[in-house]
Design a protein around this ligand. Structure first.
Ligand code: SAM
Ligand code: SF4
Length: 333
């Protein structure tokens, strides 16, 4: 077990989300503008060796959970190699990935063999045409193939992430909840966050997860709370429930309506090597410059400690307020 490193508000920091690329094969409406974003050059992105170096130092400071994200992490070539390198860091005991699933059929077995533990897959609609429109050219069947590939490779529990938006997919929440009964899937409903270009929430697109829950309970009856010992429960911001006797679970993630900042245990590393103490703040500490100018482990440790010290107590975001300049796809969401 690694050391415990507390921030200024006595929160133990144990979880690092690593964005491995700003590129993506999709353009989800809440995450990226239709025209895409100006992309980083290959030399601007941390190499696998640089990511491993950051993770090794952070692991000595109490980080033991790593999540790979992006952009679309599988848009970066050779990802199983990075997983293998991170899995070899002694203090790291959990490596997961968030993906749109489209490239998983090709990579799931290699990722599992390299040491990836599990995946979350973004899947915002069960209707092919709507899915295509929301993702601007995604393919629902390919996403499902990704889910099946992850399950058969043992990257479980596979959790399906659903960002709920009024007028886009809020009429499907009961259909998603039914997947937890019939298919035993684990589904998590996420409130849309006001990042970058995204005006969905300001345009009345915001749906508090409380409303999602009410909709599900009026169709399927009262939900029962899932205990912390369930494999689906995890240690993140979601709270988990289930339809009585259902094999799958329903998670609710409410970054806007009910902040979970008091229990926040995470840092984010962007693809170009900036360490961000809070998703909803533009504060960041550059690690790429120091890494490339040969700073040693003690200096890297001091920089990581300064990012942790700068972690705010919480965000003050309410419905109708804009958060940060970066798009989610650039943030290591
Ligand atoms: N491409 C991968 C994927 O889509 O799963 C990983 C990166 S994506 C930025 C990570 C997660 O952020 C996804 O679950 C996505 O649905 C979520 N996300 C993106 N923009 C969001 C927003 N504005 N509000 C809430 N969640 C968002
Ligand atoms: Fe790409 Fe994921 Fe953003 Fe969708 S949510 S555009 S799949 S990075």
């Amino acid at each position: 077990m690694s050391a415990r490193f507390l921030d200024s508000f006595a929160r133990p920091i144990s979880y690092l989300r690593v964005s491995v690329t700003d590129r993506c094969n999709l353009r989800c409406v809440y995450c990226m503008p239709a025209e895409g974003i100006p992309l980083l050059g290959h030399q601007d992105i941390l190499t696998f060796e640089e990511i491993e170096q950051v993770v090794r130092v952070a692991a000595g400071m109490g980080i033991h959970k790593i999540r790979l994200t992006g952009g679309e992490p599988l848009a970066r070539a050779g990802l199983p190699e990075l997983v293998r390198m991170l899995a070899a860091v002694p203090e790291v005991d959990d490596i997961s990935m968030t993906t749109n699933g489209h490239l998983l059929p090709r990579h799931a077995d290699d990722l599992a063999a390299a040491g990836l533990d599990r995946v979350n897959i973004s899947l915002d609609s069960l209707r092919p045409e709507r899915f295509r429109a929301l993702t601007r050219n995604g393919d629902l069947e390919r996403a499902w193939e990704g889910v099946r590939a992850a399950e058969s490779a043992g990257l479980t529990p596979v959790k399906l992430n659903v960002v709920v938006m009024r007028g886009f997919n809020d009429d499907e929440v009961v259909d998603f909840a039914r997947l937890t009964v019939a298919g035993g899937h684990h589904v998590r409903f996420i409130e849309v966050m006001p990042l970058g270009h995204n005006d969905l929430w300001a345009e009345d697109g915001f749906v508090p997860v409380r409303q999602v829950r009410e909709q599900i309970e009026s169709a399927l009856g009262p939900l029962e709370q899932v205990g912390p010992d369930s494999p689906a429960a995890g240690s993140g911001p979601a709270r988990y429930w289930r339809v009585p006797n259902a094999p799958g679970t329903i998670g609710f993630i409410s970054p806007v309506s009910e902040h979970f900042c008091a229990g926040c245990n995470r840092l984010r590393l962007t693809a170009e090597g900036r360490l961000r103490p809070c998703l909803l703040s533009d504060a960041e500490v550059d690690l790429r410059g120091p890494l490339r100018s040969g700073k040693d482990e003690a200096e890297l440790k001091a920089l990581i400690a300064s990012a942790i010290a700068g972690k705010p107590a919480g965000h003050r975001l309410g419905v109708g307020e804009r958060a940060v300049a970066r798009e989610m796809v650039q943030n290591g969401g």
